[in-house]
Design a binder for this molecule. Structure first.
Ligand code: FES
Length: 129
């Protein structure tokens, strides 16, 4: 398969998905500080951890004593999918496995999401480690 036809195949597969790299990103890139410290609050149990915008939300949770459900940790299996109640994230991969509708409804994938602000997320299966 040529490189051109591979690109065309991917375009066909992902038709209908929206912007690959941002999700609810309202902060101008010039104001994003990748090493800023952001607080993550996990509903409904009120668990909290800190993330630096470089480690994924999932990785930051593990480092901060909060385990979120996960499996592949590369944005494809959707095991970690949970709701972003408030805040902004961007993705470290171009095509996280979410549809445009799911993103619009507030779903996100913490295994490949990088916090761009304080976050409030909803994950009833989160556990303190
Ligand atoms: S753990 Fe598989 S998509 Fe996040």
């Amino acid at each position: 398969m040529s490189q051109h036809s591979t690109k065309a195949s991917y375009a066909a597969i992902f038709q209908g998905f929206d912007s690959p790299t941002t999700h609810r990103m309202t902060t101008p890139k010039s104001q994003v500080t990748p090493t800023a410290s952001h607080q993550v609050s996990v509903l409904p149990d009120g668990l909290n951890f800190v993330t630096n915008g470089v480690a994924s939300v999932l990785e930051s949770g593990l480092l901060g004593g909060v385990e979120l459900p996960s499996s592949c940790r590369n944005g494809t299996c959707r095991e970690c999918m949970c709701r972003l109640v408030s805040g902004n994230v961007r993705y470290r991969i171009d095509w996280p496995g979410l549809s445009a509708d799911e993103k619009a409804e507030g779903w996100f994938l913490p295994c490949v999401a990088l916090a761009q602000s304080d976050l409030q997320i909803e994950q009833p299966f989160a556990q303190a480690r």
